[in-house]
Design a protein around this ligand. Sequence first.
Ligand SMILES: Nc1nc2c(ncn2[C@@H]2O[C@H](COP(=O)(O)OP(=O)(O)OP(=O)(O)O)[C@@H](O)[C@H]2O)c(=O)[nH]1
Ligand SMILES: [Mg+2]
Length: 406
Amino acid sequence: MIPRRLFSARSRAALEGMGRWTPWAPAVPGPGRLLPLHAAPRLLSVGCARRAKHQEPPGKKLLSEKKLKRHFVDHRRVLVRGGRGGDGASCFHSEPRKEFGGPDGGDGGDGGHVVLKVDQQVKSLSSVLSWYQGCDGEDGGRKNCFGRKGALLYVRVPVGTLVKEGSEVLADLSHPGDEYIAALGGAGGKGNRFFLANDNRAPVTCTPGQPGQERVLLLELKTVAHAGMVGFPNAGKSSLLRAISNARPAVASYPFTTLKPHVGVVHYEDHQQVAVADIPGIVRGAHRNRGLGLAFLRHIERCPFLLFVVDLSAPEPWVQLDDLKAELEKYEQGLAQRPHAVVANKVDLPPARARLPELRARLGQEPIALSAATGENLEELLQRLKELHDHHVAAELECGRRPLRW
Ligand SMILES: Nc1nc2c(ncn2[C@@H]2O[C@H](COP(=O)(O)OP(=O)(O)OP(=O)(O)O)[C@@H](O)[C@H]2O)c(=O)[nH]1
Ligand SMILES: [Mg+2]
């Protein structure tokens, strides 16, 4: 019996009803009776199974691109101040029958440093505050006790953070685990024990702790990936990234859907991983601040190779490519000359395929004609990506540098 006070009348009825529940047993046909095939019990409706297959896994609701942009910060001005050193103590040892035991003031502890540390879980500089104060060291004590040092204060930053002071680049934190001491803690003061000398047996001098270093730093995030995707708005860059990796940038039929860089990782059977960055679209005249300008091109500056994505359903796709290259050159000399592949997207649309021979002739190289929407010919792109990645790794090893690993 269910206690009356705990449940409302309605839920009691439901629970008591549960008491009469009997396990489901399939109807067993009697001897000589066969169940018709179409009457076999169906555990899950086909429609349900089909839907379940295409559903996103349950979890947190994805943020819209606009909201994501709000959380994405790629530069920050930050004031860092190291911890202050503890003061030295001035005191004298004294105990029964040893009245003048000499100076026994200990030194103060050093102030703690402020350290920038790369954390792969951090994706933008939005979590970095505008100022940081390191931990102070403890003052020295009696009986020659030294003060405790201030603890290190770690500031977590994303991979690819550039640390600048004015226009001078101080550090490039491009590998997970990289650290940079942004502000040194001040040295601890000396206690009067330190000043004990043959000609001065009872010094009273002690020094105060030093203030920590203070700096104004500029943090700049340059996304780190192997391949950077560049293309006009609506060329299908985000659709392509969704098709080849598990990144989920927003896709829509209006220009400038993507407002912040997304990085997707392509996994190969031999456990190689190639990171591909999708950035907002570029338009002709972006160097004159048209569209979203060229500022976000900093996110592909670090990419050793590029993917130019053109929309094959547009009237003259080869013009898109020339414009893209011109804009890249205006941003940084030689950027368009990096190893690259040309991807001709939307080959599934009727007029697109007819433009392919002309594009091929004008380019002087074979474009990868594919469709991000239908998945047609994606293997060729994956193959080409792998080739570009292998060349990059070989070149880096030859120069004695560590190739970028994702
Ligand atoms: N038919 C067809 N449509 C495509 C294909 N790839 C992308 N699209 C459509 O093109 C439109 C733009 O796609 P996006 O992936 O958002 O393009 P984008 O280059 O990322 O655009 P921005 O983020 O604005 O720079 C969407 O409506 C897509 O559905 C394709 O291969 N075939
Ligand atoms: Mg996009």
